[in-house]
Design a protein around this ligand. Sequence first.
Ligand code: FES
Length: 263
Amino acid sequence: MTQVTQAPVKTRAQIASKTLRQDQWWRLPAFQAAVLGVVVIYLTWASLVNTDYYAAPLISPLYSPCLVTTCVKGSGFHWIPWLSWLAPAVLIIGGPMGFRLTCYYYRKAYYRAFWQSPTACAVREPHAKYTGETRIPLILQNLHRYFFYIALAFNVILTADAVVAFKNAQGQWGHMSLGTLVLIGNAALLWLYSLSCHSCRHITGGRLKHFSKHPVRYKAWTLVSKLNAKHMEFAWISLGFVCVTDLYIRLIAAGFFKDPTFF
Ligand code: FES
């Protein structure tokens, strides 16, 4: 008589400890939490302080474009009536901030560093249930593809600021200073960060059945894919350099030193 063997019932491994990992898995999220914490505190302060954001012709990337009536003379467009105590940066900060907050890489970093969801690979997280990004507020992360276009507009404006930095303080063209290089570096890093975005990769090469029929998009997708492999690096470096650029202009505007000129 043939004996029928029953397949064992599948259950999850019953492991009492939080993790079986032996390495110092907590070091990276702890480091990211510390760095992100410092950067967020600095950027919040710099965006709200409402002073020393312009040293002609250099403008801090946090305040550009300066659209309101209270912008320092020469720094912007003076289009929108504004309260004198409210920093002009408040009006525009949502664009770049939304782009960074919804970025796939930053999500990974701050979910681990602050929210502990997940804490790390193969480490039990403290939350009882997982709903992912399927409901409010995290479903709003899907707005990332739209923030991408807003970020491109900001990149164009900050590139224009770098071009204007070839003027001297009196408004004459044909000059260059260390501040010019700082603004060029800032704009270049922001372009690298944006063009290496996962949404950009999808826009260039997504939904295509035959790359051979779309050689230009294939070329663009190949290029963006190469940049995409470095997205994490561009995310950190460009974020740090925005702080450096703001601080550099802030120190000049406050009179700590003069912007060294090359010609
Ligand atoms: S995925 Fe990071 S900017 Fe789009």
